[in-house]
Design a protein around this ligand. Structure first.
Ligand code: NOJ
Length: 608
């Protein structure tokens, strides 16, 4: 997928028509809840306002798993829940604290799980609710939490809510989705020059191509879909929808999940006037006119009440469940707004700006970090380099020659800045992208529609590279996507044995990050702010201080520091780790970094 501000696809708005609880939905959710979770960990509680310790997610590292591609326990070519359970020891050893699992609910899989036909079950191809309960319980034993993906914007067109909604204009679920009459005159002309009586209500386009309105001949109306036509948008102006979705959240919280990643939050609401979007010059990969989606893809205020209400649902559970938002924001103010004025909305709105920089520019990173680090509501920065929608950053940041070094550099930035980092499976190995070479091999529908300009997202969703055997040890069957080309050199088995590997570097980083007080709790202090080549900063708390220096260029760079301005008096820095063979200690005021090298050193009071 091409990178754009929409690439993370997402964020924010509300006018609620509070309805009564839909009893059928409530019963359905209750019935499934009665299947008794094996590991019921989160018990409803009264919020403990006196809890003065940081919530777990402030010091956690979140690891995104695309279940179809992570580990295949039943060897049918597709990953599954049991596969994830079998790999928990690997994840524990790696040092991550929570797993965000992308949707594994029953689904026709048009959008590989993001088209959900039952929010309260597990897709049979991935396992059962019992398998899921086992995963939660086994993860808990290892102090790893599970975060589910909550897809609130749309369901599948095969969800019974939509099937009921489309059955007649008078069905009680009709208003659960966004239905509209065709546009009334003057009408746009069709290709033969005649007025089209079935013109869509406005010119809005789906993110995944063509009109965002799908004609339904049975009831002679259009329904709205921001993504595929098989993903009809839920009508968030209907209070029953909110009630049903909050019940879905409770269903999973009762089963012991630690929170939700919120899919496509930007798109929950559309402006009620349905105004046409402004058309821009040129065409996109799908052959549609370029458009400024200002009326259906924007941070409308309504989302804020919706998020606050969802937070209240979470607040009734023990152990501080978290909301991790897919909060694509064009401007920093929009990202900051996602926390809520009182920090009572999304605790972790993902900051995709590292994913958009795409060049090793010390000043750009410095600016982006400063903008979010100093946010006025005290919101926790949540950095991301890669995910299942965008080209892996191993390729985006790599120069083709020094990719492994650069992968260590980006890892250091992700894991030593102040915040909650979100990793994507395989980045700890330096897994590379593998885009399809032929249209007939593409699985992601946007890659078929937009070929060759838009190749889809298959390239970043290839099977996890466990070893150098056939199919990278992912499955004995042909995997649903071919493995990436570098699996023979970049895989868990091999890298585990190599102290200089990317995997070993990540493990060391994750461990240092946990143990070092400054890296864990310290504030972020930018250093040498005019340096174009080396990104340097401190993490500092009390007498504890860690120095991080990243050479973002292909030349050796001398770093000269005056740490006394930050109250640091040590003359020698004790090297905690480095991506090159550094001595045990170096001068704290001057040292030289090899190309693309990273140094992390203790410069706290006790360093000398
Ligand atoms: C964002 C998800 O990350 C993406 O994979 C999905 O296609 C869309 N939302 C629609 O749910």
């Amino acid at each position: 997928m091409k990178l754009s501000a929409k690439a993370g696809i997402l964020s924010l708005l509300s006018v609620f028509i509070y309805g009564t609880a839909d009893s059928a939905v409530a019963k359905d959710v209750e019935k499934k809840a009665a299947t008794k979770p094996v590991a019921k960990q989160s018990v409803e509680k009264k919020t403990n306002a006196k809890n003065s310790t940081d919530p777990w997610w402030k010091h956690a590292v979140i690891y995104e798993i695309y279940p179809r591609s992570f580990a295949d326990a039943d060897n049918n070519g597709m990953g599954d829940i049991k596969g994830i359970t079998q790999k928990l020891d690997y994840l524990k050893d790696l040092g991550v604290d929570a797993l965000w699992i992308t949707p594994c609910f029953p689904s026709p899989q048009v959008d590989f799980g993001y088209d959900i036909s039952d929010y309260c079950d597990i897709a049979p191809e991935y396992g059962t609710l019992a398998d899921f309960d086992e995963l939660v319980a086994e993860a808990k034993k290892r102090n790893i939490r599970i975060i589910m993906d909550l897809v609130m914007n749309h369901s599948s067109d095969k969800h019974k809510w939509f099937e009921e909604s489309r059955s007649s204009r008078t069905n009680p679920k009709r208003n659960w989705f966004v239905w509209r009459d065709p546009k009334s005159g003057p009408l746009p002309k069709n290709s033969s020059g005649a007025e089209d009586p079935k013109s869509p209500p406005n010119n809005w386009q789906a993110l995944f191509g063509h009109s965002a309105w799908q004609w339904d001949p049975k009831t002679n109306q259009y329904y709205y879909h921001f993504f595929y036509p098989e993903q009809p948008d839920l009508n968030w102006r209907n209070g029953q929808v909110k009630k049903a979705m909050n019940d879905v959240a409770r269903f999973w919280l009762d089963r012991g999940v630690a929170g939700f990643r919120l899919d496509a939050i930007n798109t929950l609401y559309e402006v009620p006037s349905l105004k046409d979007n402004p058309v821009k010059p040129g065409k996109n990969a799908y052959g549609d006119p370029n458009m400024d989606d200002k009326y259906n893809y924007l941070l409308l205020p309504e989302i804020k009440g919706t998020m606050r209400d969802l937070r209240k649902v979470l607040n009734n559970y023990q152990d501080n469940p978290v909301l991790l938002g897919e909060t694509t924001a064009e401007r920093i103010e929009q990202l900051i707004a996602a926390y809520g004025k009182n920090n009572d909305e999304i605790q972790l709105p993902m900051d995709f700006r590292f994913a958009y920089i795409n060049k090793l520019s010390a000043s750009e990173f410095r600016n982006k970090i400063a903008e979010i680090d100093e946010n006025e509501v005290g919101g926790q920065p949540t950095y991301v380099f890669s995910n299942h929608d965008i080209v892996r950053h191993y390729n985006r940041y790599g120069d083709g020659k020094n990719n492994d070094q650069i992968a260590k550099l980006t890892a250091a930035i992700l894991l030593t800045t102040r915040g909650t980092p979100v990793m994507y499976y395989g980045e700890e190995l330096g897994m590379e992208n593998r885009d399809p070479e032929r249209k007939e091999d593409v699985k992601d529908p946007i890659g078929i529609l937009g070929w060759p300009e838009q190749k889809g997202r298959d390239g970043c969703r290839t099977p996890m590279q466990w070893n150098a055997a056939k199919n990278a040890g992912f499955s004995t069957a042909n995997p649903w996507l071919p493995v990436a080309h570098n699996y023979k050199t970049h895989n868990v088995e091999l890298e585990d044995k190599d102290p200089a590997s990317i995997l070993s570097f990540y493990k060391q980083l994750l461990s240092v990050r946990k143990k070092n007080t400054a890296l864990k709790y310290g504030k972020y202090v930018a250093l040498n702010e005019d340096d174009e080549h080396v990104l340097s900063y401190l993490r500092k708390r009390g007498g504890a201080a860690a120095l991080v220096a990243c050479n973002m260029t292909d030349q050796p760079r001398k770093v000269t520091l005056d740490l006394s301005k930050s109250g640091i008096t040590v003359s020698e820095a004790k090297v905690l780790m480095a991506s090159y063979s550094a001595p045990d200690s170096i001068s704290a005021s001057s040292f030289t970094l090899p190309p693309y090298a990273v140094l992390i050193a203790d410069v706290g009071k006790s360093a000398n």
